[in-house]
Ligand binder design. Structure first.
Ligand SMILES: Nc1ncnc2c1ncn2[C@@H]1O[C@H](COP(=O)(O)OP(=O)(O)OP(=O)(O)O)[C@@H](O)[C@H]1O
Ligand SMILES: [Mg+2]
Length: 344
């Protein structure tokens, strides 16, 4: 169930990515992303959260075609992206840009900043060299740097300045959507706030939509209109940020929020623990993928993957209604769990 977004600028249905890997000497299917649907409205920020390995970056990489999705449809600004020629595709994809976690590795160390910013303009626009130079100066100023930075190489900038360049590069072709994969996690705490403020200002001015991937729930609370919680490749809960944070219903969301420091939410939360670690995404067991860790698992959880069901108008969770009630409490004693394959 996807939240209904009027006139979405990005509409993704059933996005799936399976990698073929070698595991114990044989080839195996690794399900990194499984049937993920999401929508983004103009100027909206949607956060994608979930523990390491849940498939967040793979969603981002599939959307920007850094990896080819196995299945799913993507509509960008009303245009379906499947079936386009390479040239049409590259033109369509300019509307969706990405900012990476580590600006160190995402900027070519041999290119001056002026050339880093000129490259997308050269590839995607018909601007003359003089127009592009003017645009490059506007871009560097828009992200709070000066013309003097254009002559430098990435190594001559600080981490925060490099991330500003990463943002300027994403803005160069005036995209409708920017996917930000942990854009502040490699930065000092003092610089993080500045980058978040810059992103907020850019969004207010340009009405660009953000798909914001982060582990920092405090940031999600501050900046995201809606949040999607991923576990082992699937979305297990989604809704307006305040609804999901104040009334989480899926056991995974409850555990994720209960593990966050109290200071992030301003009041103590009920402790809600999961057992063990995220299992291997290879040869996933049938049924709910949290069943092996969830303190509320019932036998029926192990037979079929629960669909996303409405909790309220825009809020949904993949857990049977009898269990997802916020009042439902974990049972004690041994869990009736299926055996979960080990990591490859
Ligand atoms: N190119 C690849 N080949 C094989 N497996 C991959 C590949 N890329 C990702 N995976 C696997 O897909 C799963 C999801 O990985 P992904 O990087 O999307 O997770 P993530 O949620 O972004 O994690 P993190 O929070 O640590 O960044 C993991 O099990 C990962 O090992
Ligand atoms: Mg990642």
């Amino acid at each position: 169930m996807t939240a209904v977004v009027s006139h979405p600028v990005l509409h993704v249905v059933g996005l799936t990515k399976t990698f073929t890997i070698r595991s114990r000497g044989r080839s195996a299917a690794l399900t990194a992303v499984d049937d993920v649907s999401l929508s983004l409205a103009e100027g909206e920020t949607v956060a994608l959260v979930g523990e390491s390995g849940s498939g967040k970056s793979t969603v981002a990489r599939c959307l920007t075609r850094l990896v080819e999705p196995t299945a799913g449809s993507v509509q960008l600004d009303g245009r379906t992206l499947r079936g386009l020629t390479w040239k049409q595709m590259s033109r369509a994809y300019k509307d969706m840009q990405m900012v990476f976690q580590d600006p160190n590795s995402s900027l070519n160390p041999r290119m001056r900043i002026a050339d880093v910013l000129d490259e997308p303009l050269r590839l995607h626009t018909d601007l003359t060299a003089a127009q592009r130079r003017e645009r490059v100066v506007q871009l560097i100023q828009e992200v709070g740097l000066g013309e003097e930075h254009l002559r430098r190489y990435p190594r001559e900038l600080s981490g925060g300045q490099r991330q500003r360049v990463g943002i300027a590069r994403a803005l160069a072709v005036d995209p409708k959507v920017i996917i930000l994969d942990e854009p502040t996690s490699s930065l000092d705490v003092s610089v993080r706030g500045q980058i978040l403020a810059l992103l907020a200002r850019i969004q207010a001015e340009r009405k660009v939509a953000y798909l914001f991937i982060t582990h920092d729930l405090q940031v999600v609370r501050k900046i995201a209109d809606r949040v999607l919680v991923m576990y082992l490749g699937s979305v297990v809960e989604q809704g307006p940020t305040a609804d999901v944070f104040d009334h989480p219903v899926h056991p995974y969301t409850r555990a994720l929020l209960s593990a966050a420091p109290v200071a992030e939410f301003g009041r103590p939360r009920t402790r809600f623990h999961l057992q063990g670690e995220i299992p291997s995404p290879v040869d996933l067991p049938p049924g709910c993928r949290l069943a092996g860790r969830c303190p509320m698992t019932r036998p029926e959880c192990t037979t079929a993957v629960p669909p996303l069901l409405a909790v309220s108008a825009d809020h949904s969770a993949a857990c049977p209604p009898a269990l997802y009630s916020p009042e439902a409490e974990p049972h004690s004693g041994p869990l009736p769990v299926p055996s979960v394959p080990e990591r490859p």
